[in-house]
Structures are given as C-alpha cells and as structure tokens.
Design a protein around this ligand. Sequence first.
Ligand code: NAP
Length: 272
Amino acid sequence: MANSLAAQHISVIGLGAMGTALAKALLAGGHQVVVWNRTTSRAEALAAQGARVAESAAEAMSAADLVILCVLDDAAVREQIEPAAALLRGRTVVNLTTTTPEQARSLGRWAAANEVELIDGGIMASPEMIGGPASLVIYSGAAVAFDRHRSVLELFGRAEFVGTDLGAAAMYDVSILGAMYAMFAAFRQGATMVRSTGGTAAHLAALTVPFLQAIATSLTDQAVGIDTPADYAQIQSDEFTAAAIDLIDKAAVESGTPTDLYGALRRTLTGG
Ligand SMILES: NC(=O)c1ccc[n+]([C@@H]2O[C@H](COP(=O)([O-])OP(=O)(O)OC[C@H]3O[C@@H](n4cnc5c(N)ncnc54)[C@H](OP(=O)(O)O)[C@@H]3O)[C@@H](O)[C@H]2O)c1
C-alpha cells in the first residue's frame, strides 16, 4: 500500500467497472475506503483488498466526509442520495456518474437545499486507465471543497476544475465525447468508401491515425478563432472548406454509400 500523508475515510457508492477502479485507486493511495453496491457480490474483490463493505448506502454515506458516487445514471443517483439527505448534511459529495449539465445543476439545487457540498465530475478515461498518466477527470461545482479534496481526486488521474457552474464539467465531458463520436462516424464512412475500391479499413486506419494526431493540434488555433475571433487569421476560407466537403460528399455518392454526415459537417463548419 502506498503511503498517504493524510489517510481519509472515503466512501464509494456504486461498484460497477468504473466505481471499482475508483475504489482501487483510493485504496492504493492509502485511504480508508468504505464501499457499497446494490449487488453485494461486486464488493467482494475490494473487501479482499482492504475496503470495508457497508450494509447499506446510508451506512456508507455516513461513514465518510467525502462520498463518491459512480452509478449508472442520474435516476440511480437520485434513488440513492435523496433518502440520505439528513446523513449527507455537511459532507462533500463527488458525483462521477455521467449526467447531462442540467441534471448536474438540478442535483446542485437539491444539494444546496440540504447543505451538501456537491462537486460534479466527468471521467475522460476507461476503468483500466484510472490512476494512470492518460486519465483525466473534469470537475465543477463547489470550488473550496474541490481544493480541499484535490489530492484525493488526483489519485484518479489529472483533476481539472472548470468552474463553479455545476453543469460545466458535464458540458466539457459531452463536448469531448462529441468530438470522439464525430471522428468515429467519419472513419466508419471512410472505411466503407475505401472498401468499395478494394481497400481495407485496417489500411485506412494505419494511414489516418498519424494524420489525425498531427492535425489535432490545430484545435488550439481554431479555439482562438472561436473565443476571440478578432485575434485569429482564418487559414482556410469558408468557401474552401465548403468546396472540400462537397467533394468528399460527391465521392461518397460515387462509391454508392451516400450519407448525411458531410452535409451536417458543412453546415456546422461553414454555416451553409
Ligand atoms: N466504464 C467506463 O468506461 C466509463 C467512462 C466514463 C464514465 N463512466 C460513467 O461511470 C458510471 C458507471 O459506469 P460503469 O462503467 O461502472 O457502469 P456499470 O459497470 O454498468 O455499473 C453500473 C453501476 O451502477 C449501479 N446501479 C445501477 N442502477 C442503480 C440504482 N438504481 N441504484 C444503485 N446502484 C445502481 C450498478 O449496481 P449493480 O451492480 O447492482 O447493478 C453498478 O454498480 C456511468 O455513469 C458511466 O457513464 C464510465
């Protein structure tokens, strides 16, 4: 077990793939971890690693100053947290369950009414990545509580605080995921088109990955154009971008696999 300067009692509610990874990272950080899961058998492996298994969510929530929630969705969070309002008063809850920004804000209103300090978090990692160098968790909400618990939260990976609006972390989370899915969709369409010429998706992937890795850094420049347009000299005109996308769209039609994808890209990128 790694040494921790200040071992704390921390509860983890929800031991699916992600909650289990979070609890393991806390144990590895030397903390006293209390866990609870609706299906008790999922807690056995953690018990063997030193976690205390609570008999109920209420028991777990009242065992620690810092309560971490990682269940399926907002409805599951509400189901567990609302009956425990009195127990949670004065404690810090970090909700790492994926929700929409408005669900996070709504939970924040509930937390404020019940004197609970709430931090919302969006995990940009898979369970195996937790605690590793590529793991990122984006947080928003109670800033003072975030600073107080930062060293614990950094056990999960880089901890990035994006503001006191409880919806902010979820908005960054869905925006990053949106970029990922747009990339997946375009790759899948491209693979279909390449295969129509006798090529393979594997070969396309091998050629696409280094290109995208190089081009991804241009997002930093594009961000200047969005945040402060006056400071940005646009490299490609909208006309150039529209013509390029139209050409790709025409190639999709020629390949026999027409798609809505490029029209949506054109409208988003050029407004036309
Ligand atoms: N896995 C990932 O790669 C990943 C990445 C980023 C974010 N996340 C987010 O992390 C959260 C958990 O994901 P996961 O991968 O751990 O999912 P999972 O393996 O499917 O586990 C879901 C967990 O939610 C619990 N649960 C569901 N409904 C519940 C309810 N009504 N009351 C109490 N507990 C309930 C389940 O309990 P039972 O065991 O009793 O069913 C289980 O512990 C999700 O919001 C997910 O979006 C996951």
